[in-house]
Ligand binder design. Structure first.
Ligand code: BG6
Length: 503
């Protein structure tokens, strides 16, 4: 099917995200034939730069960050002929007038009204002003032919997110607004829906009768990577839990959709967010743990403590680690804890979801057969390893009956090779096509802020007493172990890296 002619404006076109993610993703879409024949990308930045210099800068990004570096020579020049650079002050009306004229001229050249996408990869505080200017210049007047993409963070808390939603709602239709959560574009996250709802096997046991608890770990080895000024206003709870972690929780906990219609899926996820128990202030210290990394060593290299990072206050109270216990108060998940944790400078880069099943109700095996007995467990490795492993008991070969847990593994790379599309490919293609399923709707964003609001409020009003409280390369503060240990569990890590730790 021939796609609608499309112009993509990237505001923040000379920034990091454009070079690292957006252009490599667009290039891959181009190589795979997913871009419309009539397609134009306009990078918008504040500095003077020639088209040639801009393309050279983007080319470097593709060479460094793309999964398809090797295909540079052949197709890059064809792809880059679709790219231009424009210098604009995005707070000046003239910029928008000139964009309007350029869009009109391009449409006339193509002989068709193009779809115009404005991708806001800019400091979040600029987003409302830019949105107002786009509206005033009538650049998004046709809801079928114009879209605006917002990078996270969407708001700073419930109040600011709600205000932003109200403002946008006055100017644009909800279906024009694409709020990105890049985790939703990850293959393995999308595959949760396939695993749960395309198989008859799992859904009947996907509830509190059979599941003991769920764990979600989104651990990073990197520090804040020079993003001090952003991170000081954010912290791990806002940066990762409000969006990525809660979205993964929703995919695990949601009810079966009756169709793959965007709103149907988003409604089901919204139900989960509404059902998550909101902690009372007096519960927060029992249900959530925060941490901040000290100076230390990782893989033989000295690592600065968070408080020594550039643009970070020397007595900063901002958390670089967050863990919490949530409950989804509905019929399916009654009393099943969902433990989540995320942090910087941790032991391993891993995003892992673990579904821990309850023990078999009874077993007739002699005691000596069951020494190494473990409950069933399903582990979904989201990244960087991409696999699904189901742990079950098997008889160890030999003359005696002795049981041992074994893993049945589905591995993405052995099944499909190592060439999976990156999250931004999927998401950009969806924006171009006009499919909002994987994007956050206004009410979802607000509901997610509501979940973390009580924790945020308590953490703001009661400063931490023990920061920094974990060393780089560890799994975070000891209290995070205690959070889960008090229920008789431990955090699960992937067996290859850490050895099986019992269950
Ligand atoms: C971003 C956060 O949303 O996600 C970063 O702002 C974090 O702090 C990143 O590093 C992690 O993404 P991924 O895809 O590398 O797990």
């Amino acid at each position: 099917m021939e796609r609608q002619p499309t112009i993509l404006y990237i505001f923040g076109g000379s920034g990091d995200l454009t070079q690292r993610k957006l252009i490599p993703a667009l290039y891959n879409l181009f190589l795979d034939g997913y871009l419309p024949g009539k397609f134009s990308v306009v990078g918008v930045g504040r500095n003077d730069m020639s088209d040639t210099a801009y393309k050279a800068h983007l080319r470097k990004g593709v060479q460094k960050f793309s999964r398809r570096k090797d295909e540079m020579k052949k197709e890059w020049s064809r792809f880059s002929s679709h790219i231009d650079y424009e210098r604009h002050d995005l707070l000046n009306d003239k910029s928008y007038k000139s964009m309007a004229a350029a869009i009109k001229a391009q449409g006339e050249k193509w002989g068709e009204e193009p779809t115009v996408i404005f991708y806001l990869s800019v400091a979040p505080q600029l987003a409302p002003a830019i949105a107002k200017k786009l509206h005033a210049a009538k650049l998004c007047a046709n809801p079928k032919r114009s879209r605006i993409v917002f990078e996270k963070p969407f708001g700073h808390d419930l109040k600011s997110a709600t205000e932003l939603n109200i403002l946008l709602g006055r100017m644009f239709r909800e279906e024009q607004i694409y709020r990105i959560d890049h985790y939703l574009g990850k293959e393995t996250v999308q595959n949760i829906l396939a695993l749960r709802f395309a198989n008859a096997l799992f859904e009947p046991i996907w509830n509190s009768n059979y599941i003991d608890h769920v764990q979600i770990t989104a651990a990073e080895t990197v520090s804040i990577e020079g993003r001090g000024s952003y991170y000081e206003g954010s912290g791990a709870l806002r940066d990762m839990v409000q969006n990525h972690v809660l979205q993964m929780l929703c995919m695990i906990a949601m009810e079966a959709p009756i169709s793959f219609d965007a709103d149907e899926i988003r409604n089901k996820k919204l139900d989960v967010l509404h059902a998550i128990r909101k902690w009372r202030p007096e519960d927060v210290h029992q249900e959530a743990v925060r941490g901040q990394y000290s100076a230390g060593w990782m893989e033989g290299k000295a690592v600065k403590g968070y408080r020594q990072e550039t643009n970070v206050a020397p007595d900063s109270k901002v958390e670089t680690f967050a863990a919490a216990r949530f409950y989804v108060d509905n019929w399916r998940w009654k009393d099943v804890p969902f433990y989540v944790r995320t942090g910087k400078c941790l032991n391993e880069k891993t995003t892992l979801i673990t579904i821990q099943f309850k023990p078999a109700p009874d077993y007739a095996f002699p005691d000596e057969a069951t020494h190494t007995w473990r409950s069933n467990r399903l582990m979904l490795s989201i990244a960087p390893k991409m696999d699904i492993r189901l742990r079950f008991q098997a008889k160890q070969p030999g003359p005696h009956m002795s049981l041992q847990p074994v893993d049945m593994v589905f591995n993405y790379s052995s099944a499909y090779g190592d060439n999976d599309p990156e999250a931004y490919e999927t998401l950009l293609e969806d924006v171009i096509e006009g499919n909002p399923t994987l994007f956050m709707r206004a009410d979802q964003v607000e509901a997610a802020w509501k979940v973390i609001a009580p924790i945020m409020e308590v953490w703001q009003t009661r400063p931490p007493v023990d920061f920094p409280n974990y060393t780089p390369g560890s799994w975070g503060p000891e209290d995070a172990e205690a959070l889960i240990a008090k229920d008789g569990h431990h955090w699960v890590t992937l067996p290859e890296n850490r050895g099986e730790q019992g269950g």
